[in-house]
Design a protein around this ligand. Sequence first.
Ligand code: ADP
Length: 765
Amino acid sequence: MAVLPVYNTLVVPEGNTFIQTDYYKKTTGRNPVPDERIILLVLKENIHRDKWTPESFYPIGLVGQISEIHEEGYLLVHGNYRANIEEVTIYPGGQLDVSISHRPDTDERDSEDEARRLKEIKRAVVKFSEGFQWGQAIRGLVARWSSISEAAAALSPWMMNTNEERYAVLAEDSVLRRDTVMEQMIYENLEMSRIKGEAQSAQEEDHQKIYRETAIKKQIEYLQQELDDMHPENVSDVRRFEVKIQESGMNETARKEADKVLNRLKQEGKNSAEYGMLYDYLDFLTTLSWKKEEASYIDLGQAEKVLDEDHFGLGKVKDRIIQQIAVMNLKHQQSGSILCFVGAPGTGKTSIGQSIARALRREYVRVSLGGVRDEADIRGHRRTYIGAMPGRLMDGIHKSGVSNPVVVLDEVDKLSQSYNGDPASALLEVLDPEQNHTFTDHYMNVPYDLSGVLFICTANTLDTIPEPLLNRMEVIRFQGYTPREKYEIAMRHLLPKAREAVGLQEGSLEISEEALKTVISDYTRESGVRGLKKRMDTLCRKAAVEIVKAQAAGEEAPVVHVEKDNIRDYLEDHPIRHGRVKDTARPGVVTGLAWTSVGGEILYIETLLTEGKGNVTVTGQLGDVMKESAQLAVSLVKSLFPKEAAQLKDHDLHIHVPDGSTPKDGPSAGITLTTALSSLLTGVPVTPRVAMTGEISLQGTVEPIGGLPEKLMAAERAGVEKVFIPADNEDDLRDVPAEVKDRLTICPVHRAEEVLQALNILSEA
Ligand code: ADP
């Protein structure tokens, strides 16, 4: 026996149930056979086959028989008797098997009464159908009804009763009561249809128009699809965008805007300038990723491994990054605090951003902000401009193809302001988690959610980063590398990469340790390794030329050896004359330490007395800042050495601070100036192997300075042996590489007198 589930259909003994032939085939897995017996199971709710359980069916069903099979695609099942459903078995694919038992009716009908009621029903239905187009056919059908069940089942498809109400009829044991309920159902439905009909006629005209319009549209769509299928190469732009807008998953606002632009595109000729602009816009919007990515769990060990693979050293930085990843894991977030990497060029700030992306298995985008003056560079141009473009940020995200890339905002310190708005304020919005889920690029003109983006900023200095922007970020310093670290970086990373870039075999170029150290010390002057990378590239290119020449001459490929003695054959640059400290000491000249954009540097503060009338001249780079610092030092020295200072009255004092590479922190030469002046006035020379750094106050206290690690590294490199530093900077010594600390005698001081006494300029009181 075939078992069929039915839903929202009235199934009763004596009634005829319509079943779609397709449905029958799908559910039973076979073709209908005339007179075949069928069990109809009533579904409690209309759910898909995959979800059926035995509880999905009501406990009473109907056993019937296929009475007619129509070619139009349906069959009639005549209901025989009701059955208790004892057990339902559901096979994969939705095939059903049930065991049933006959459920008897109780019958107290009076046949005469029954006939009269049926007649009434027939009359009512015929009357109702009078104005109908199908009235005639309905009357033919009605004439064949021989019971109330038959009438109700035939009308069932039009009846507005719920599934429960229909089932309640089947579940009724008394035939008399069943008939009464069905009779009531028929009359109610006739009445409802009548009311609905009246209400409808008023709206009919409107509806008719809508139906017609929809029908025409469907027709067009269908024809267009046929055309597209015939000529896929010609699928019109409009149609393609229609599909792409559908599939892009963009938000409501974006969708509206896209639809609006698409409508304009439809009206434009293909060759107009406007068309191109609209096309570009839609192309941008539909190829942007609108999909929200899930935050995935990142294995910390794995992430650490990736970071170590790409970069040597940078332990503190890597630690901080791992912390960030751990927090992101815990909070199931795609982003966290905004890190700002600060340090000299070539210290690996940008490239570690790339490693972070790799560690997180996310896309990487670099947005260069250097020289950005226009707000539009960040936020895009409004589309009213010819040649309008999205801003750099959205452009980068677009290219990444995802909504959650790691974005490195390079050189935030090089943002500048102009009459065209303030790019920093646009950036503020980008970085503010409160606002950035609805960032609106002017070109896009619709909000885009940036909350899944992990932002990392890089900068050479914090001085020029606008305060509000800086407040949003967590600063991580990149100290610069010691020669030892540079050596390791060159051996492990730079050289292999350079070799690979020019296609050199591993054994074909050999650089001795001594040679590489010379390259580091004499051919580069930097905190980072950018220059060193260039030198490695040059070496490899030169070696490549040598090898290719040998091959061309038919010789065996040589192994190129670079030694300390022959470096100059390979590197065109002149070796840098490093600020090695001088050997001779002269009164009035003292070694200072400067912090420049390429790291630390030593410099000499020179002072000289000439015949004159007590004028003070300051020359050199630092201008006003230095002048103030010089005046302060002069006053302090006068108070410390009242007797010697008398000569200042009939002499001119000249102070010179050489330019070197542009030092950034003038005032920190205060203690050096004081010492140089004291040495000049007392005639006590100070050995150049002693250097110092520190600001000074009028009371003679030595105040803290910045860039201590870089300064000490420069001092060590230049051959300085002893350095005075402000006592308040002692904490910074933690960041100074051990090898540097080992080779320097570092003396923290509180007051200028301590320095002067240590140098025997001032006698101990
Ligand atoms: P920055 O952004 O600080 O100016 P980059 O990230 O551009 O520096 O680094 C310059 C080059 O030096 C890159 O090729 C980078 O891979 C390399 N580099 C810098 N630091 C390291 C390091 N610790 N280990 C390996 N390579 C490094």
